[in-house]
Design a protein around this ligand. Structure first.
Ligand code: DAH
Length: 336
């Protein structure tokens, strides 16, 4: 009887099939109520005591081999069922095409406008050091203007921070290039501010910088006017005196939006004017910090928040929408 079990063990191990009914026959033959295994267990009583141990071990190994084989053949029998159910000729589900994020749409528009008048795109790191984000921009330690930008610092090393503005790219670019230079630096910036419908701890800016001989405030004004005309179709601008540590003189730019509709009244608070960016002539102290001779070169810089411009262009009321990834909002930009 022991040899018989050995033979069956080999038979089980060699059994191969992917046909459902063959596998089922195999299962019934070995595992069924009147199957081989049960038959052996029945006959166990008749086995003389001194052989019981060997015999028991053999039946158990046969039982294990049968179960292992059934397990092994299971996946193929499952995939067979799936193949039978699926209609492989059915056309595929339509593939949803994504769309560009409104921030990127507007960013690219702005880049195109400035590219057409000779600006190149520059890039800088989002994790900055104190020098590029503050000190070189004429914002030394303890300067009160640092308070204008609540900053995320790294506790272990206060020299490392998340950049609060893209103005840091001005410094990096001027350190590594010679004038004349004309760059646009778009990117993500971070401020330690409470999130609300109007402000967010993460947002985007675009920085502009032009350094050459004899660059004047008139050049700045004319460039910005060209920009507002191209982007908004509005050419009436005004520049209000302002303060930034890295520019002198500094100005805030307002564009005349008009007062033709109720919305115009609402978004301009009844004035017709909308603030869109900060700008000014690069402070000679900044040029010195990057080893550019302020007696030979001058330049202008400007910086604007992209979210604000997107919200103006598309009449969006809540800045948090940009970061929620709600498909119902994003889909509306599919055709743009
Ligand atoms: N960095 C300023 C801010 O984040 C914006 C700015 C103002 C940038 C004037 C400039 C500039 O380049 O000239 O508030």
């Amino acid at each position: 009887m022991l040899e018989k079990i050995d033979e069956l063990l080999v038979e089980v191990q060699n059994f191969r099939s992917s046909a459902k009914d063959e596998i089922e026959q195999f299962r019934i033959r070995f595992n069924g109520k009147k199957g081989v295994l049960n038959d052996f267990f029945e006959r166990f009583k008749e086995v003389p005591n001194e052989q019981k141990r060997d015999f028991g071990q053999k039946i158990n190994s046969l039982k294990q081999a049968v179960n292992a084989k059934l397990e092994e053949l299971k996946p193929s029998s499952q995939s067979q069922i799936i193949v039978e159910k699926e209609d492989l000729t059915r056309p595929a589900f339509p593939l949803e095409l994504g769309s560009r994020h409104p921030i990127n749409l507007v960013k690219n528009k702005i880049i195109d406008i400035f590219k057409s008048i000779g600006f190149a795109v520059a890039d800088g790191p989002e994790i900055e050091d104190d020098w590029h984000n503050f000190t070189a921009l004429n914002l030394p330690e303890y300067h009160p203007a640092r308070d204008m930008q609540d900053t995320f610092f790294i506790e272990q090393n206060p020299d490392v921070l998340l950049r609060t503005h893209t103005s840091s790219v001005q410094i990096r670019y001027m350190e590594n290039n010679e004038p004349p230079m004309r760059i646009l630096a778009p990117g993500r910036v971070f401020r330690n501010e409470a999130v609300s419908s109007r402000s967010h701890c993460i947002f985007h800016q675009i920085e502009g910088l032009y350094i050459d001989e004899n660059v004047s405030f008139a050049d700045l004004k004319q460039t910005i006017q060209f920009f507002t005309t191209e982007l908004f179709g509005k050419s009436k601008i005004r520049m209000r005196p302002s303060y930034f540590p890295f520019t002198e003189p500094s100005a805030e730019v307002d564009v005349y939006w008009g007062l033709n509709s109720e919305t115009d009244y609402r978004i301009t608070k009844g004035t017709g004017w909308l603030e869109i960016m900060g700008c000014g002539m690069v402070d000679p102290a900044v040029l010195k910090n990057v080893n550019i001779d302020p007696d030979k070169f001058s330049g202008y810089a400007f910086g604007m928040g992209i979210e604000r411009i997107v919200m103006l262009l598309y009449q969006m009321s809540d800045i948090r929408m940009f970061f929620e990834n709600d498909i119902r909002m994003l889909e509306q930009f599919k055709t743009l």
